[in-house]
Design a protein around this ligand. Structure first.
Ligand code: 2P0
Length: 353
């Protein structure tokens, strides 16, 4: 009987605190600024992907949530698969002639998300990270997550950050070929295990303007983005990395909220303008601002930090000791009606495995 070449990997969603928004190279997916995220360790916010290579497969095929997704030539999917085959050949087969040449076989890939796709919950991030991780297992590649992040990045920019757990930076790099635009871990989850994330799903509808087209319009039309890239993000990357290393929640929270605000400001500064937040999103901001104000007025510090991606859902970072109170506060102000508002309590943790 011939051997079976199959592997499964899973990767969680990550939520940026310094936002990626803008590409300097759309084909290689090279960003206009560095970004930093926290990888969520959530059983119900993951992509799980199984890849199989077999000499009998006539072409590469992919099924997403059980439905076949066409792999168009030259597409991001095709690029990721061919880059992984190239790595297998270069790193394993060319070095050891005894290795089976499974890079020449076609692959069948099945991927499942256990959360709504394209709801502003970064399904492309966990999806491409899990795809690349499963092919890395299939091909038995002895390479680092940072090396894999170079390939996941070409599937979807934010995917490079889901290869690691904990606090992860995507360094924008300076090389035109993208060899230094990769993810690195700033600190593992265990460094600051008290940090938790509360995800408030305001809407699980598919979003109006995709990140890919929205950010390109911002690059082409927003003067504010140029200011952000040059004067704001480099300094914030340094300060928030230091805050994470020092477990300084006040600084982490102020930078996280400021960067979410500026990301939505550059979206508004785009022509035509892009709105990702809705009235409920803005009401949650007001609630968190007031909650922090009261804590500070009583001699405490910041207790919660909101952040919003390309959609209306709120993610609230807080230390474990405050999470329950915040969840109760949110639910009391926004009673849950089926189909209208759901809250998901999430811890954060490991990357692709
Ligand atoms: C982020 N977002 O840093 C930012 C914040 C959305 C807002 O990364 O074109 O889906 O596939 O590289 O990765 C969404 O962008 O875009 C995103 P592509 P992606 O998480």
């Amino acid at each position: 009987m011939s051997p079976v070449y199959q592997a499964t990997a899973s990767a969680p969603v990550n939520i940026a605190v310094i936002k990626y928004w803008g590409k300097r190279d759309t084909k290689l997916i090279l960003p206009t600024n560095s970004s930093l995220s926290v990888t969520l360790d959530q059983d119900h916010l993951r992509s799980t992907t199984t890849s199989r290579a077999d000499a009998s497969f006539e072409r590469d095929q992919l099924w997403l949530n059980g439905k076949e997704d066409e792999i168009k030539p030259g597409s991001r999917l095709a690029t990721c698969i061919s880059e992984m085959k190239r790595l297998r050949k270069e790193v394993v087969e060319d070095k050891n002639l005894a290795e089976p040449k499974i890079s020449q076989y076609n692959v069948h890939i099945a991927s499942y998300n256990n959360f709504p796709t394209a709801a502003g919950l970064a399904s492309s991030a966990s999806g491409f990270a899990a795809l690349v991780a499963s092919l890395a297992h299939l091909y038995a590649l002895p390479v680092s997550p940072s090396t894999l992040s170079l390939i996941a990045r070409q599937g979807s920019g934010s995917a490079c950050r889901s290869l690691f757990g904990g606090f992860v930076a995507w360094q924008m790099g300076s090389d035109a070929a993208g060899t230094d635009s990769l993810a690195v871990q700033v600190a593992p989850q265990e460094h600051w295990p008290q940090m938790q994330a509360l995800i408030c799903v305001v809407s699980d509808d598919k979003k109006g303007t995709s990140s890919t087209s929205g950010m390109q319009r911002t690059v082409e039309t927003s003067p504010l983005l140029q200011h952000r890239i040059k004067y704001v993000v480099p300094e914030r990357m340094e300060r928030i990395s230091k805050a994470i290393l020092e477990r300084d929640f006040d600084t982490f929270a102020t930078i996280t909220m400021a960067d979410s605000n500026q990301f939505h400001a550059v979206a508004l500064d785009t022509e035509p303008p892009i709105f990702y937040m809705n009235d409920v999103s803005r009401a949650i901001i007001a609630l968190i601002v007031e909650y922090n104000r009261l804590s500070i007025a009583n001699g405490g510090g910041y207790k919660a930090a909101y952040t919003y991606d390309a959609g209306p859902n709120a993610v609230i970072y807080a230390l474990e000791e405050n999470i329950k109170e915040i969840a109760q506060l949110i639910v009391s102000y926004f009673p849950q009606k089926p189909g209208e508002f759901k809250d998901v309590l999430g811890l954060f943790g490991a990357g692709a495995a």
